[in-house]
Design a protein around this ligand. Structure first.
Ligand code: PXL
Length: 275
């Protein structure tokens, strides 16, 4: 890959430091050309704001894909985040088959749930479609809540390695060989990421900060994609993304009332240095 080109498909939340407003600057900061396919436009994200607007862009997707195919445009990696509808998930699967360059890395963040619940607007048919998409990916990046929805397992806040191993086995059965499993905590005050690659388990543990912020899943996934496409091994990319996300949460804790997202911008330099 001389000059890799990444396509990311997710919504634009105009305000809220998540999805495309996070992915575009972070992957670009990693030195990678970043192309976008906005799945929908919302005035804000859906977690904590009331009365947000939602413009579904699903109907625009086939024509965009057709145009890219006519122009001979293809991508070295395709990374999907928050998707607005079940039909949209099917269109993304079409993109995997039509605008992926040879050796394209397909990364699916099944961004649909957290803290034991689906995000507003998502339902079981959406979960079923997401399972199919995960089965077509090279890497998926679920949190525990998403893993439970994808596998039908009970959501637990206290668990052991056996519970995580069972989740990993069932996630792998969806068809994806590599799982970057975020927010896995085995000890008080600690959290971390499990990297399950072709059946090999490894774990990167780091401090768990007292504050949590919305949008850190998107920050994490974007930094992971950037580092992976730069050529880092999955474990190193997972570690770089985890360290960067911790820095973002620390930067956000310095100010009260910044509840809707994480301040990823002032610490971008630390990500760039880690690459
Ligand atoms: O951060 C995930 C996300 C992305 N986009 C929208 C969301 C959320 C989570 O709530 O609402 C619109």
């Amino acid at each position: 890959m001389a000059y890799p080109k990444v396509l990311t498909v997710q919504d634009i939340s105009c305000v809220g430091q998540c999805s495309l407003t996070v992915a575009l600057p972070i992957i670009s900061a990693c030195g990678i050309e970043t192309c976008v396919l906005p799945s929908s436009i919302l005035s804000t994200h859906t977690s904590g704001f009331k009365g947000y607007t939602f413009r579904d862009l699903t109907d625009d997707m086939p024509a965009i894909r057709e145009h890219w195919m006519k122009e001979g445009i293809s991508f070295d990696a395709i990374y999907t985040g928050y998707l607005g509808s079940t039909r949209q998930i099917d269109y993304v699967a079409d993109l995997f088959g039509s605008v992926a360059a040879e050796g394209c890395i397909k990364i699916v963040d099944p961004a649909m749930a957290d803290n034991g619940a689906l995000y507003p607007g998502f339902d079981q048919p959406f979960v079923e479609a997401m399972k199919v998409l995960c089965g077509k990916a090279d890497y998926i990046l679920p949190n525990i809540t998403e893993a439970c929805f994808l596998t039908g397992m009970e959501y637990k806040t206290e668990y052991d390695r056996a519970y995580i191993d069972e989740l990993l086995a069932r996630l792998t059965a969806l068809g994806c060989p590599n799982i970057i499993f975020t927010g896995i905590s085995y000890a008080p005050g600690k959290t971390g990421v499990v990297v399950f690659e072709k059946g090999e388990y490894s774990y990167y543990e780091h401090e768990k900060l007292p504050n949590s912020c919305h949008g850190t899943g998107d920050i994490y996934a974007s930094a992971f994609v950037g580092a992976l496409v730069r050529g880092h091994k999955a474990f190193d990319a997972a570690k770089i993304a985890a360290d960067y996300t911790v820095e973002c949460i620390k930067a956000t804790a310095e100010e009260e009332n910044h509840w809707y997202g994480a301040k990823f911008e002032p610490v971008l330099m630390k990500l760039i240095q880690a690459l």
